[in-house]
Design a protein around this ligand. Structure first.
Ligand SMILES: Nc1ncnc2c1ncn2[C@@H]1O[C@H](COP(=O)(O)OP(=O)(O)OP(=O)(O)O)[C@@H](O)[C@H]1O
Length: 241
């Protein structure tokens, strides 16, 4: 019996006529914060889309909470915040959240809860089109939190946020995980890696490593996770040559 919320086995995805995910396998531990890290274009979003079930895959298997990714029964179990917020500019934050809450059949009281969780109380009645980039992405995150999904897939949720807000969102992620939610969070900021329970490092469509931050530091002999990542890249290049 494993405690995996997500199992990805030999995933292959083609986009734009080339293979951008090239045989990736990993598990996401239930009730933990797993970081999906790697440089821009390495395939993080594509892996997330495959888990959420919105990506056509060329091969492999993805299962989520015991069901094949994309299953109808998973719709209300997964909260997905994309990188490009897909929220309506002409609605206020509260109106948009009420709208999505009704679609998800989440309780009306969820709207105030998620507004507070992402720290948007003061902007609750502002039109989304007037929000700053960071506020806009927090509104997007608030939508993903509606209905208390068991799995949260968050694509670069802290981009454009100042250090104080980033810290408070990581506090939120930790408290959600402590309450049993599984989080998969992508980032290309290495200082966020240290905040994760587990790290999946990707490069060029492949998984370089799947480890804890402490395990990665020990294995690569460096305290700095950015250096650890570079160490793994050099190790992989040396193995190939
Ligand atoms: N709609 C698309 N059509 C064709 N190719 C695409 C499409 N979306 C992404 N790609 C390509 O797939 C590869 C992986 O992209 P992906 O968005 O998964 O990377 P990422 O690691 O999430 O990058 P970033 O951190 O910049 O968001 C990239 O080479 C990208 O150019």
């Amino acid at each position: 019996m494993t405690n995996s919320a997500v199992t990805v086995d030999g995933l292959r995805v083609r986009r734009g006529g080339r293979e951008v995910v090239r045989g990736v396998s990993f598990e996401v531990t239930a009730g933990a914060v797993t970081g999906l890290l790697g440089p821009s274009g390495c395939g993080k979003t594509t892996v997330m889309r495959s888990i959420v079930g919105v990506q056509i895959v060329a091969g492999g298997r993805v299962s989520v909470l015991g069901e094949p990714a994309g299953s109808r029964s998973l719709r209300r179990e997964i909260g997905y915040a994309t990188q490009d917020p897909a929220v309506y500019a002409d609605l206020t934050v509260t109106e948009a959240l009420r709208y999505f809450a009704s679609i998800l059949r989440a309780p009306a009281s969820d709207v105030d809860r998620v507004v507070a969780e992402v720290g948007l109380e003061e902007e609750a009645h502002s039109l989304i089109g007037t929000l700053s980039g960071g506020e806009h992405s927090r509104a997007n995150l608030a939508i993903a939190l509606l209905g208390r999904p068991r799995l949260l897939v968050l694509d670069e949720p802290t981009v454009g946020l100042d250090p104080v807000l980033r810290d408070s969102l990581w506090g939120l992620f930790r408290s959600l995980a402590a309450a049993g939610t599984t989080l998969l969070v992508s980032s290309h900021v290495m200082d966020e890696a240290a905040r994760c329970d587990r790290l999946l490092l990707m490069r060029d469509g492949r998984l370089l490593t799947d480890d804890t931050p402490a395990g990665l530091r020990v294995r690569t002999g460096t305290a700095d996770l950015e250096q650890a990542f570079l160490h793994l890249i050099r190790e992989r290049q040396a193995a190939r040559s």
